[in-house]
Design a protein around this ligand. Sequence first.
Ligand code: SF4
Length: 443
Amino acid sequence: MKALATACVAPAFLSVDASAPGPSSAAFIVTAHRKPWTRRRTSRRSIGKHSASAAAGAATASATPALPPLESTVVVEEILPDGRPPLLSLSVEELASSVGGTGRARRIWEALRKGQLPIDIDDSTEKPLSHRALTRLLEATQLLPYEVINETVSACGTVKLLVRLRDGHGVETVIIPSEKGHSTLCVSSQIGCARACRFCKTGQMGLMRNLGADEILAQVFFAHRWVRESDGRTPPIRNAVFMGMGEPLNNPRAVRRAIQTMTDPFAFGLGRSHITVSTVGPSPASIRLLEDIPVHIAWSVHAARDNVRRLLVPTTVHPMTDLRDAFADMLIARSNKHQGPGRFPKRYLNIMVECTLLDGLNDSREDAEALVELVRGLPGEPKVNLLPYNDIGVPGYRRSPEAKVAAYLECVREGGVMCSVRRARGDEDMAACGQLATTAGLG
Ligand code: SF4
């Protein structure tokens, strides 16, 4: 949940060769040992090939309890015109039935979580799949009907990847390295966003369409591949946050399914406690959907006072106290629901409350006091995270001065609520929160 842009004005970094041919499924079958995509790289740093630290993103295989079963497997819109579903739309179990065995399916997913396609295993320590297994895989699925068409690296090491999807739309995903030796992936859940937050570049795009679960997972795969090829410059992906383009709760089915695969120890194997869904909280009904998505939750409040909130997030319909109560009910319900072996750790009761501070709009003492009042109605130990606004050139929307941010922080802490200020990353290359956007069609 963040950014925006106009469909008619493409930022400079989005310039692409729209006439370049996309991946061909036929080529996959005939030339199974050729790379199915061709990369056009425009990053500002040269990136080395095939790091020995390819374990980047390797499964942590944490023993987290399984998510509740999904109602359906592959949905119609994920099936490509030739009838084969994309590989990333299949769980390990579903893939096993397509390729003839769980062992084969796990080997394929092992390659994927290392940022490799199963037909491209080039690590001498890895045993390639048999010809028979590859043939079955290529007959049953489309390997990768998306491609990275632009890569941008900020001075701070933040990486933005522009992914062209099977219908020509583009979606952005951002890798944010940390000094602690791991990276956080900022994942998009929609192309554009219907919430229309006035300060956000994605909101200015409007909603073009939801992403399929496979298209969300493609961002994870390409991030692993970037890390693999970065020669250790980008640390492995450990965390994923749904804070890219789109509102996750407006695309809950795909988000839930993607999280299931992201946290499957035999698929991408990310720890559930390392995943955060960030939502503006469209409605109490949508907030209740989080009950069955057992990851960390961040609520992008932006303003606690109803009149200010409606100014910043014009699609807001419900009073903030109603939304707050829905979050409280959801957190308590999911805590009670998941007793026994699959029980949520206590920390899942806690919620992160995020507020983007805008100069003169929502950064007064009165705003801070209203936020404290709102947050006090949440269970557990909610924490407030103040976000520095990343300028996208909207007149009247500027980052709050440091003195005001400090005063706001102090006021929230005086109110007995934990509060911190997040450091801005990637804003010089429009890779920061609220700055993601793509054109309507990339060719
Ligand atoms: S919810 Fe608001 S901030 Fe998040 S992506 Fe949508 S328009 Fe942007």
